[in-house]
Design a protein around this ligand. Structure first.
Ligand code: CA
Length: 406
């Protein structure tokens, strides 16, 4: 993998974006049902002045309580965070690192989180089990990796023809989404949070032209999750290939196509060197949410203020990664078109329509597979319908009005 990104520059920009992002999200943020239990304990009532004995006793108790708080505040809690990303992967692994850095600064060093990339402590796809077992107190990844354990988890990451980043954040943070996610992970003893978003992804890198839906017949594509099921329904085969092996698989013709993320992330993978066409849009991942998962016992053992520090650090990262993607994607797209002669292609309209039809069938199938999936998908669909109705006369109308100017 070739990493031409200026990492120092990226880190600097990301910090600025994180601050901007967190400021916006701190206002009016209503996440999770833990808010009440996380609120700082109210100070004890002032001792009555007309009973000196009682007052002295109360003051002593208060002093003791204050000392205990001070003792706790001087303790350093050390955690491990495991991730599903290669240790040096820009943006995604760096997102996990940022959470640890924010927490360290905001807690004044009282909560130290040591981050381990895939393979450094456990394998990428062992993240969920490791956090559940308490081998690590928290993890960073994407919930669609855990479809085999909890099918409903897929709806919290990427849904083909589902909601974009803004709409996912609205569902998760200001409606029922996060509560349903918490319910989905309850039996696993995990507390989830949205912890990053890629924005609308790209359709992927293809070595075969897509002119009609029939061109998916026999197409071998590396595409995970629900998108992969849609490709299979369209006659293709969805291949599961680890991130580090995609490039050579594409180069050697083991696969005909792969999707990854968007121009910013894709550039560093170098796929433009081994693929003929770069298709858009990423119908299969219109606003992929990344996740932080925390071991429930470890979370409950944190003091309320450290819980809040951690929660806000994660939510800040959730905004920061999306800001980074939105700020950088066009730069890297133009760079690849102008410097690497990448052939950019839209999927034809009738292909998109056909894929959408297959996607709805796939989603109905998942919803029918277990009660939790149905509960989550019902909420997702209703919210998507409502937010789309609003979006039609807000975002969409606005985009349409400025389209000629772009
Ligand atoms: Ca992807």
């Amino acid at each position: 993998m070739e990493d031409k990104l200026n990492r120092r520059d990226f880190l600097k920009k990301a910090s600025v974006a994180a601050v901007a992002g967190s400021t916006g999200l701190l206002v009016g943020c209503s996440i999770g049902q833990d808010t009440a239990s996380s609120a700082p304990t109210a100070p004890a009532a002032a001792p009555a002045q007309d009973d000196s004995g009682a007052a002295t006793q109360a003051e002593t108790q208060q002093d003791t309580a204050a000392k205990e708080v001070n003792v706790n505040k001087n303790q350093t809690v050390e955690w491990k965070m495991v991730t599903t990303w290669p240790p040096t992967l820009p943006v995604l692994q760096e997102g996990a690192n940022f959470i640890a850095q924010y927490v360290d600064t905001m807690s004044q060093g009282r909560l130290k989180i040591h981050v381990y990339g895939a393979g450094e402590l456990v394998g990428a796809l062992e993240t969920f089990d490791a956090v559940q077992a308490g081998t690590a107190e928290m993890g960073h990844g994407a919930s669609y990796y855990w479809a085999g354990k909890a099918p409903a988890a897929q709806f919290f990451a990427a849904v083909p023809f589902g909601m974009n980043a803004q709409q996912m954040n609205a569902w998760l943070l200001a409606s029922d989404g996060l509560k349903l996610w918490e319910e989905t992970y309850t039996d696993f003893g995990l507390v989830p949070f949205p912890a990053g978003n890629t924005g609308v992804q790209m359709g992927g890198w293809f070595n075969k032209e897509i002119n009609s839906i029939a061109d998916f017949n026999g197409l071998k594509m590396r595409i995970p999750g629900l998108g992969g099921k849609v490709i299979a329904a369209a006659g293709g085969s969805a291949e599961l290939i680890a991130g580090g092996e995609i490039y050579t698989s594409l180069e050697r013709g083991v696969i005909d196509a792969t999707e990854w993320v968007g121009p910013y992330h894709d550039y560093v993978m170098g796929f433009y060197k081994v693929a003929k066409f770069y298709y858009y849009p990423g119908w299969h991942e219109p606003g992929t949410v990344l996740e932080s998962i925390i071991n429930r016992k470890a979370w409950d053992a944190l003091s309320p203020d450290l819980q809040e520090v951690l929660r806000q650090a994660i939510i800040a990262q959730n905004a920061s990664m999306l800001a980074q993607s939105d700020a950088q994607n066009n730069f890297y797209l133009q760079k690849m078109i102008n410097e690497e002669n990448v052939d950019l292609r839209p999927f034809p309209d009738d292909v998109m329509k056909a894929l959408h039809g297959y996607a709805l069938d796939v989603l109905d199938g998942v919803a029918a597979s277990d009660p939790m999936s149905k509960k989550v998908y019902d909420s997702f669909r209703k919210f998507q319908k409502d937010v789309a109705a609003w979006g039609k006369i807000s975002e969409k109308a606005f985009y349409n009005s400025i389209e000629v100017e772009v």
